[in-house]
Ligand binder design. Structure first.
Ligand code: ADP
Length: 362
């Protein structure tokens, strides 16, 4: 029987459990054995009990649980070739030659590198007499399939990453709560949101809560933004609005690439006579139960990931499972990661036009 491993890696995201459940159950349904690798690449490098066979009932209840129940970690050893060689050995000892990884761009880059090096890692294992050539012979190719788990929705080539809609829902709930008190006291609130280099959460939260002003990395604030922001807020107040909400992405910048901070905005609003508070949502945004969309997305993608493993040939590039215009599709993992990196580079070079084009491009 084919043995398929599944792991969650990098930053946790609501919906990761749904993908583990779907991979385990689809693997069993397809007459394969399923293995959970605990604590991300750490589990792969440590081996032994960190790689556990999973049965149907082992993932019962996973769908509605936030975070990741099989753990996640950042693993320095896996960044080194020695660590990846040990990981390869542990996989062979367990008889696993296919790995579904739910993580961010770092985890997926590591996965593709692992697949690339796989044949030479096996040679090294035999040379160093850690395994015999008979032991490695049945494991010529490693199959890797990526699932994008990230609250930031920052990977190119997919419309939604697993976790982003749960995080957006959490941000909206938090802003609704802040709204009540803001309206009561006629206050202004500056809310800081996560998202690293990506403004998706902030932009969508701005639309979904009807906030007054937002700051995102993709559209750096232009010279004179302070006056522009105050004019808009003033107009809203004149129209009878009793509250002011400004949302700032953690990666927000001005056109000179200086970081824009919530406290800087607070000073400006306070200076204009508004009683202003700062709310940093922090890790609240990552937590809690996955939204319905993420349960659906992680389930459909987990099923597709197992299909991709079973259909893979040695020449197929590792796929990442994406959602494009409401369809579950496969795209080359390396291309998706490379394009994501190009977006970040373009933003660093102030080439926002290219950044937006790359992000929009399929
Ligand atoms: P994310 O997957 O959320 O982007 P990280 O970038 O921290 O998170 O990556 C998670 C883990 O993936 C790292 O701790 C490391 O073990 C592995 N990893 C990331 N990049 C590489 C790489 N270039 N080569 C090998 N492993 C990597």
């Amino acid at each position: 029987k084919r043995r398929i491993g599944v792991m969650t890696s990098g930053g946790d995201a609501p919906g990761m459990n749904g993908s583990v459940r779907a991979v385990v159950r689809m693997a069993l349904h397809s007459n394969c054995e399923a293995y959970a690798i605990y604590e991300g690449y750490d589990g792969l490098v440590k081996g032994g009990d960190m790689i556990k066979e999973m049965q149907w009932e082992d993932v019962r209840g996973f769908l509605s649980e936030g975070g990741t129940l099989i753990g996640t970690a950042r693993c320095m050893e896996f960044m080194q070739r020695d660590g990846r060689r040990t990981a390869a050995k542990n996989m062979i000892l367990k008889g696993i030659d296919a790995l579904v990884i739910c993580g961010g761009d770092g985890s997926l880059t590591g996965a593709d590198r692992f697949r690339d090096e796989w044949p030479s890692l096996l040679e090294e294992l035999v040379e160093k007499k850690e395994l015999t050539s008979e032991q490695v012979a049945p494991f010529k190719h490693l199959n890797i399939v990526g699932l994008v788990g990230s609250i930031d929705n920052d990977l190119s080539m997919t419309d939604a990453t697993i976790g982003c809609y749960s995080s957006l829902a959490r941000i909206c709930e938090a802003i609704d709560s802040v709204d009540t008190t803001a309206t009561s006291h006629q206050r202004a609130f500056v809310v800081e949101t996560m998202g690293r280099h990506c403004g998706w959460l902030t932009l969508m939260a701005g639309v979904a809560t009807g906030s007054d002003f937002i700051f995102i990395p993709e559209q750096p604030a232009k010279e004179g933004w302070e006056g522009n922001m105050l004019a808009i807020i003033h107009k809203h107040r004149q129209m009878g609005k009793r509250k002011t909400i400004v949302i700032v992405a953690e990666g927000a910048i001005d056109e000179h690439l200086n970081k824009i901070t919530p406290h800087q905005i607070k000073e400006i609003l306070s200076g204009a006579g508004l009683d202003t508070r700062v709310t940093t949502l922090g890790h609240v945004q990552r937590g809690g139960q996955p939204a319905a969309y993420d349960r659906m997305l992680s389930t459909l993608q987990g099923v597709e990931a197992v299909k991709a493993v079973l259909e893979a040939t040695p020449d197929t590039p590792s796929p990442v499972i994406c959602m494009i215009e409401n369809k579950i599709v496969r795209r080359p993992l390396l291309e998706a990661v490379a394009q994501t990196k190009k977006v970040a580079e373009a933003i660093e070079k102030k080439d926002f036009k290219t950044a937006m084009e790359l992000r929009d491009a399929e």
